[in-house]
Design a protein around this ligand. Sequence first.
Ligand SMILES: [Zn+2]
Length: 166
Amino acid sequence: MDKNDSLLQARQKLMDYLRLNSLRNTQERIAVLDFIYSNESSVSAEELSRHMSEKSRLRVSRATVYNSLELFENAGLVRKILVNDQLLYERTDRNRGTIRLICGGCGKTTEMNDERVRRQIGEMRTRRFTMTGWTLNAYGLCSKCYASLKRKQKKLMNNKTDIDKK
Ligand SMILES: [Zn+2]
């Protein structure tokens, strides 16, 4: 499916949801949805409102961004995920799952791809549960933080040997 198709499908899904719930459609909501569905990465409400106030030709208030996100979530268009204690929103049309490597030192988060893991989780059988997506968080240290930890350990060891010599 190309980028435009998924965007159009998301718009249609929103229209259907609004009609079913007797809610009115607004250009602002569409603009917020378009932004989410033209990006692959997850976004925080803060980032989203910043983007909407800087880049959008419409005036989209923070309240509208927050309301829209809640509405999209109810409509099954976005889901909330927690990354490093930060609440992010991601589109739901990607059921490919996300593998994240999270550094406990600096908090840097990298997404990685491992087809074997994806396939295994995709084949996983869940009882009385329909899986619509998944996130796998791996915790550890990035190479910079690991090197800095090693340096500190070495320094500590050297100090200790100095003390032992005295
Ligand atoms: Zn780090």
